[in-house]
Design a protein around this ligand. Structure first.
Ligand code: ADP
Ligand code: MG
Ligand code: ZN
Length: 503
């Protein structure tokens, strides 16, 4: 295995990371009752007033019974098929018992030894290295409520209690913070592509526990792990893991032992902090929930779900490379987010309507999107659909580029203004004077003037065109100055050369 960008863990140690991702399913109602799970009158469940989004079932009144939301099972099957898992035919829900004020039943309904999906994998790439990361299991469960700590007291908000989740568990096979980040981004792309998760990171739709251990290089026995709980930004997961690897190595090098424990990441200080010793499965007294019947999944159901799956990120990426001629890097950036890929395809459609084939439009569009635009999306941590940029901006810009009415620098300026204002391309271009002059009848008089004003250089060039070829650059510069930098440099170069040689 080669891991090009892994953190330098010293000559003696290597790191092992396994991730548990809680992914909130985008079903309309909760997993065991009919309370809304996503939105209530345009607001997200976390935005509405506390405890207005609960009922006797999710608030655990005695005597109420859960009824399983079929859509949850379908979404879990989607997740399993998209990650190459085996789907279990017989599914049992189990009670995971623990006490916490935001868990009104005193147990969470989850799955234990028979998860709905097992033994899959996803592909990740870091740099030029492609790896398959095993998915151990995916199981269905309900979310808990939320404890809100304010000063000396704590309140409980049950709006989120009973919202459906799948927990997606990777094998202990990630080797660096960078690989963990790549895994999370790839998994995020998958669950949003297949439409089972809204993917809102701020609202905790996709949150991650990171298990980290270190062991002597080449060892077959994994080290004791620490589990870092509930980090909901990709960047912070990477930072937390990097910190934790260094911490564990220094504990061991200092003669200490790693204890199995749960830790939390403090983003302000960029450190992980011990919270509690880790609980074991037997602490939870798991047992099959007697209130729920087992769920049978037949082949026909699995096949129906399989047929309804859209093109997945890996497939899209291959298609962009093979059919559109994009680089693996560009294809990776564009397919990394479902909204960005969708946007890209809309731009290509617009270009096709204006007579530019997808194959010739793809590269210039990708250049603009994977450069400036991707950088801004990352910086502001938004999806392109949340920005002011519209597919029309890109298709108009690429058309101007192809007709040479716009230079590549001009295109960048254009997009940075469109990013801020959302104005039409034509409006921006004419106000900012961004078009480049590619019109011979405008350029020739300017060339004539420069040639007339510099007889010495003209003479020198004509006497020995080969040796004095760099003088062309001088003339290009002079005409550029005269046109306020608006002349098309490629065209200018040609015109000046012909003009000088012609005599
Ligand atoms: P739990 O954390 O609920 O007890 P598991 O024991 O199944 O569940 O482990 C959960 C996660 O921890 C998995 O992603 C697994 O890959 C990872 N993991 C297990 N052992 C180690 C280890 N020694 N180092 C790093 N990750 C590990
Ligand atoms: Mg765990
Ligand atoms: Zn309810």
């Amino acid at each position: 295995m080669s891991h090009q960008h892994r953190l330098d863990t010293g000559a003696e140690f290597e790191a092992v990371i396994g991730l548990e991702v809680h992914c909130q399913l985008a079903t309309e109602s909760k997993i065991f009752c009919s309370c809304p799970a996503r939105r209530v009158e345009g607001k997200s469940v976390s935005e509405i007033a506390p405890n207005l989004n609960s009922c006797p079932i999710c608030a655990a009144h005695p005597g109420t019974l859960p009824v399983l939301n079929r859509k949850v099972v379908e979404y879990a099957i989607r997740a399993g098929l998209a990650t190459h898992c085996t789907i279990a035919k017989n599914n049992v829900f189990a009670r995971k018992n623990y006490f916490y004020p935001d868990l009104p039943k005193g147990y969470q309904i989850s799955q234990y030894d028979k998860p709905i999906c097992e033994n899959g994998f996803i592909e990740i790439s870091t740099g030029s290295v492609l790896r398959k990361i095993p998915i151990q299991r995916i199981h269905m469960e309900e979310d808990a409520g939320k404890s809100v700590h304010s000063g000396s007291y704590t309140t409980v908000n049950l709006n989120r209690a009973g919202v459906p989740l799948v927990e997606i568990v990777s094998g202990p096979d990630l080797r660096s913070a960078e690989e963990a980040g790549a895994y999370l981004r790839a998994l995020y792309a998958i669950v949003t592509y297949i439409g089972i998760c809204d993917g809102n990171l701020q609202e905790g739709n996709f949150r991650c526990d990171a298990n980290v251990s270190v062991m002597p290089k080449g060892s077959k026995v994994l080290g004791t792990r620490a589990e870092i709980k509930n980090v909901n930004s990709f960047k912070f997961v990477e930072k937390a893991i990097e910190y934790e690897i260094v911490r564990q190595i220094s504990v061991i090098q200092g003669g200490g032992k790693i204890v199995q424990e749960t830790r939390t990441y403090d983003a302000d200080q960029d450190i992980t902090i011990s919270m509690r010793s880790k609980e074991e499965a037997h602490d939870y007294r798991y047992f099959p929930d007697p209130d729920l019947v087992s769920v049978q999944i037949d082949d026909a159901w699995i096949e129906r779900v399989r047929k309804s799956l859209p093109e997945l990120p890996e497939q899209k990426k291959t298609r962009y490379v093979e059919e559109l001629g994009l680089s693996v890097y560009d294809a990776g950036v564009l397919t990394g987010s479902q909204t960005l890929a969708g946007f890209f395809e809309q731009v290509l459609e617009l270009l096709e309507k204006s007579g530019i084939a997808a194959k010739s439009g793809a590269k210039p569009v990708a250049n603009l999107l994977t450069g400036e635009v991707a950088r801004r999306l990352n910086e502001e941590a938004i999806e392109i659909t949340q920005s002011l940029l519209k597919p029309e901006h890109l298709s108009d810009a690429v058309q101007l580029l192809q007709s040479e009415a716009l230079s590549s620098t001009g295109a960048k300026q254009l997009l940075s203004i469109a990013w801020k204002t959302g104005e039409k391309v034509s409006v921006i271009v004419s106000r900012e004077g961004l078009t480049q002059v590619s019109d011979v009848s405008t350029l020739e008089p300017a060339i004539d003037q420069v040639i007339a004003a510099n007889p010495k250089q003209v003479g020198a060039f004509r006497a020995a065109p080969e040796e004095n070829a760099k003088l062309i650059g001088f003339f290009v510069g002079q005409v550029m100055k005269a046109t306020g930098g608006k002349a098309n440099p490629g065209m200018l170069q040609e015109l000046i050369k012909t003009r000088l040689l012609k005599g």
